[in-house]
Design a protein around this ligand. Structure first.
Ligand code: NI
Length: 163
């Protein structure tokens, strides 16, 4: 769990930049890419990632988490992410102190410390980013580097990529 607001802020800023990098590569056409019929499309996954930040309001944080429906363009989704991500961080900084992170709240019948909820939010975002990079490839897009080189990076560098 996060013990200090600053530790969270530092990680949120860097993870948020990674998410922004992924969203920034989406094209309007790619939003319709689905892994299979009746499953979520790339656009729906992207919008879920963005709007899931709203649930932090259940922890007592007051910020503008946006509203449905999703913007009709990839650029609109990315812009809304940047706004909500920054509003969430601002709310944590202003409305909570380090002590708030150790306080617990009941979420769906379970006790969650706020510092653990913040960690979960980061992991949830990374989980959906990973799903999105697969769909991005299926849509013919080049995913950005996230935690290391991509297949294409290795090729560009004249190296043999790991399959
Ligand atoms: Ni989810």
């Amino acid at each position: 769990m996060f013990a200090t607001i600053e530790a969270f802020a530092k990680e949120w800023e860097s993870e948020s930049e990674l998410t922004d990098r992924v969203l920034g590569r989406l094209t309007d056409d790619s939003l319709r890419q689905a892994i299979a019929a009746d499953r979520r499309t790339l656009g729906e996954l992207a919008w879920h990632l963005v709007t899931s930040l709203r649930f932090m309001a259940a922890l007592g944080l007051d910020f503008d988490g946006g509203a449905d429906p999703a913007p009709g363009s990839a650029a609109g989704i990315a812009e809304e992410y940047r706004r909500i991500s920054s509003a969430l961080l601002q709310a944590v900084r202003v409305q909570w102190s380090d002590d708030s992170l150790g306080e617990a709240r009941t979420i769906m019948g379970e006790q969650w410390r706020n510092g653990d909820s913040l960690r979960f939010t980061l992991m949830h975002q990374a989980h959906h980013r990973g799903q999105m990079t697969v769909l991005m490839r299926q849509a013919g897009l080049r995913p950005p580097e996230i935690y290391g080189p991509t297949y294409e990076t290795w090729v560009d560098q004249g190296k043999t990529p790991l399959a």
